[in-house]
Design a protein. Structure first.
Length: 378
């Protein structure tokens, strides 16, 4: 089904008309109030479904187009389709206004094909982010970009393998974060919290005392949403609670490294000792440990929940995941399925990778020696 935002743009021109320059005989022209809103970048946005700001427009109710006043090409069939789309938009907005009522303020909301985003940040220091509305659309596009990477790398079917959409809440007010986290993630937090599984939710406070620059907020979103996506895909089961902590933590760190060049964040369920651990680039440290034969045993690490992993084990979990994704591309999804199904590590490795734990660890060590430098990259 086409997005309500673009549905009417696909209607064919009226038969035999070629004389209206205002609408080019489609019967529709751009809604002027909404034309100033930066919902759609150049080239459009096929992932975007609903935006509260445009749906609140009395002229178009989120469709971004209105009937042409210069001709009569807009017929009754088109009017019926338009009314149905507007009714769908109003129903969605009413659902989002329930969040506003609970938070006691009107917020920015948007829904895409794979996410719902509630945005309580006034502005961000990136292009297009000078207003709350514009900043929200920067982040909904970033979320869909991460989703595209995620389904490519596992791989997974974007439409068939997910139980539901992840709802992301972003705040620049500590009181909002605490209020929303208790309600929507079921646990209070002043910084970051999430609810994982079939209906994942993540709430993050853009507190510049620990997220100093905007890209650090982006990186925190990538880290936490990766946890949510992995918990949701295939079965709605969080692997971090079924002795799959190494893939849960490892994958979240992996996207940090892949997209930002290093690790800065950790999951809210991890111990506070992580705050004292050396983040950044982990390749040299892992390489040194492999060369010195001072690595933790894979089987021991791979039998832990996320909450049981030590700071150093997070680093090796990232490297094990790095090995699977780069040396055995296309197998991580099958491995995740097996682990989330609570199959023993030996069976999971054998079915997904065709390796025993001993063979896995030996191949990983060789991968590290071949691909990781002892020198820290600048």
């Amino acid at each position: 089904m086409l997005s309500p935002l673009v549905l009417l743009l696909a209607l064919p021109a009226a038969f035999g008309r070629d004389d209206c320059r205002a609408c080019e005989d489609t019967g529709l022209v751009a809604c002027k109030p909404c034309a100033r809103l930066a919902c759609l970048p150049e080239g459009g946005n096929e992932q975007l479904l609903f935006c509260a700001e445009t749906i609140a427009c009395e002229d178009c109710v989120g469709l971004r187009v209105v009937p042409c006043s210069k001709c009569d090409a807009f017929d009754q069939a088109a009017a019926a389709s338009r009314a149905a789309s507007q009714a769908e938009n109003r129903a969605w907005l009413e659902k989002m206004r329930a969040v506003d009522a609970f938070m006691e303020k009107e917020l920015q909301h948007v829904e895409t094909k794979h996410f719902v985003l509630t945005f309580g940040i006034r502005r961000i220091d990136v292009k297009g982010g000078s207003t709350a509305h514009g900043a929200m659309h920067v982040y909904e596009r970033r979320l869909e970009e991460l989703f595209a990477f995620f389904v490519r790398d596992l791989p997974a079917d974007a439409e068939q393998d997910f139980f539901g959409k992840t709802h992301v809440f972003l705040w620049d007010n500590a009181a909002d974060q605490e209020r929303a986290s208790l309600k929507y993630t079921l646990q209070p937090s002043k910084t970051q919290s999430k609810l994982m599984g079939a209906n994942p939710v993540v709430s993050i406070h853009y507190d510049k005392s620990h997220l100093h620059e905007e890209f650090e907020l982006h990186q925190a979103v990538v880290h936490q949403v990766t946890h949510c996506l992995l918990s949701n895909v295939f079965d709605g089961i969080w692997p971090g609670n079924v002795r799959g902590g190494w893939i849960d933590a490892g994958l979240a760190h992996w996207y940090e490294v892949a997209l930002f060049g290093g690790v800065r964040h950790y999951c809210y369920v991890e111990g506070d000792t992580m705050r004292t651990f050396q983040f950044g680039r982990w390749e040299p440290e892992v390489r040194k440990a492999v060369d010195a034969d001072e690595t933790p045993g894979f089987l021991g690490l791979a039998s832990k929940h996320t909450t049981e992993l030590t700071p150093e084990e997070h680093m090796f979990a990232w490297s094990f995941v790095d090995f699977v994704l780069r040396a055995r591309p296309g197998t991580f999804g099958a491995l995740a399925r097996a682990i989330k199904a609570k199959r023993p590590v030996k069976e999971a490795l054998s079915s997904a990778l065709g390796l025993s734990p001993f063979e896995f660890e030996a191949a990983w060590r060789e991968f590290v020696r071949t691909n990781y430098s002892l020198k820290k990259r600048r």
